[in-house]
Design a protein around this ligand. Structure first.
Ligand SMILES: Cc1ncc(COP(=O)(O)O)c(C=O)c1O
Length: 417
């Protein structure tokens, strides 16, 4: 596309504002913003307590590597969550705190691009649709983003192995989001292992964006470190693997700006250096709160129950409309509405419901086919009552006249057991 080099070109919300902001929200009630994936739950009360207790350290600059306690809490959580073998990860060498996974994803590509020697621009592989930071980071380092379609036909997972050999050889970096924003598909252990093996054959790094890994129904999605652990021993098992996690979704704390990256020491050192040049670091009080959050599971289970209720409502209200499927993870619906942009405009104008057209999170291929074009992304982040109201309006506006409207109240049915 013409403006491929512009960072803004990839930002879905800038595009959404251009589409909607000239129109007044329609419908009877207040507007419902199901566009932004911002958790509306509150983090546990101990976050505020911990931050207050550490107030004296606001006068200190963040330590680039954070505290031993924070890195140990992250490592222990990874070991528990993914049943990793003893010694795979070293808290001192394999884990780096991040002010959110977004910053880490961006800076890790910046770090990787430092090592590129070739005359041709390097290639960065990413799914299509994609989280805008992947494409933004690629253009920021002068790389060529290669977008690999995720469609219903391929289970919404990018088939990187099917790319031409010369593209794979030019690749320096690859993003995989699992479970994915926007469609919620998660790769299984074999698929994760296959991608790691491909990266090693063609010498590129894979950034596994697992920031939605803790939001699932009953099956915890597999993690790339599990697959890495099966691929070798010691540090070799981590070769070319970076895994990003965050408290933003897990603990409903996106404002905390707290996450981490795990991987081989050499790559972690490179990201550390890039962050020392241009990053903010994670403040001491935030690290203290984050340490407790990674060690506490009951609030995460409560979060899962909150989203479970919303997905039960969606299942009940949408049924088999719009290709509804429960995602493997995350809190988005990816609905096939025929023309996502037209549907988003109609929903805003007629019902005051704001959603993201799928095409704003994806790009057309050389044949003009955009894998997101038919879809809208709907964030189920509000409480059940607001979610129900938003979904009901979506069905009323988008379902064809011949279809049966949803029942008058589904709360009892959807939350019964
Ligand atoms: C796919 C994906 N990755 C990363 C992030 C960044 O999250 P954070 O920086 O809050 O950890 C987001 C945020 O919405 C996301 O959707």
């Amino acid at each position: 596309m013409a403006d491929r080099r512009s960072l803004q070109a990839f930002h879905p919300f800038a595009r959404l504002s251009r589409l909607l902001d000239r129109n007044r929200p329609g419908g009877a009630g207040d507007p419902i913003l199901l566009s932004i994936g911002e958790p509306k739950n509150q983090p546990p009360g101990f976050v505020a307590e911990e931050i207050a207790a550490q107030a004296a350290s606001w006068s200190r600059y963040p330590l680039p590597r954070g505290t031993d306690g924070y890195r140990e809490a992250c490592t222990d959580w990874l070991n528990r969550r993914y049943a990793l073998p003893e010694g795979l990860l070293s808290p001192a060498r394999s884990v780096l705190p991040l002010p959110g996974s977004r910053e880490g994803l961006f800076f890790s590509l910046l770090a990787a691009a430092q090592d590129h020697q070739g005359a041709e621009p390097p290639v960065v592989l990413m799914p299509n649709p994609f989280y805008h930071v992947y494409a933004g980071a690629a253009v920021a380092v002068g790389a060529e983003p290669v977008l690999v379609p995720c469609t219903a036909e391929n289970g919404f997972l990018p088939d990187y192995a099917a790319l031409d050999r010369d593209i794979l050889d030019r690749a320096i970096f690859c993003f995989l989001c699992s479970p994915a924003n926007p469609h919620g598909a998660a790769a299984d252990l074999e698929q994760l292992g296959n991608l790691i093996a491909l990266a090693r054959r063609h010498d590129f790094i894979v950034a596994f964006d697992e920031c939605y890994a803790e939001i699932y129904d009953d099956q915890p999605p597999a993690g790339a470190l599990q697959a890495a652990a099966l691929s070798g021993s010691g540090e070799d098992a981590l070769d070319r693997v970076l895994v990003f996690h965050s408290l933003s979704k897990r603990s409903s704390a996106p404002g905390l700006r707290c996450g981490f990256v795990a991987g081989p020491a050499k790559l972690i050192d490179g990201i550390d250096m890039a962050l020392r040049v241009g990053g903010a670091g994670v403040p001491h009080p935030v690290l203290a709160a984050g340490t407790r959050l990674w060690r506490e599971e009951s609030h995460v289970e409560a979060n899962r129950a909150y989203y479970r209720e919303n997905f039960a409502l969606a299942e009940h209200l949408l049924g088999n409309r719009f290709g509804f499927r429960k995602p493997d993870g995350g809190f988005f619906l990816w609905l096939d509405v025929g023309d996502g942009e037209a549907a988003a405009l109609k929903l805003w104008r007629e019902a005051g419901v704001r959603v993201v057209p799928g095409a704003y999170m994806s790009e057309a291929d050389a044949n003009g086919h955009n894998p997101g074009q038919r879809y809208i992304r709907v964030a189920l982040v509000y409480d059940a009552a607001t979610t129900e109201e938003g979904l009901r309006r979506i069905v009323q506006v988008l379902a064809s006249d011949s279809e049966t409207p949803p029942p008058a109240s589904v709360m009892a049915a959807a939350t019964g057991d």
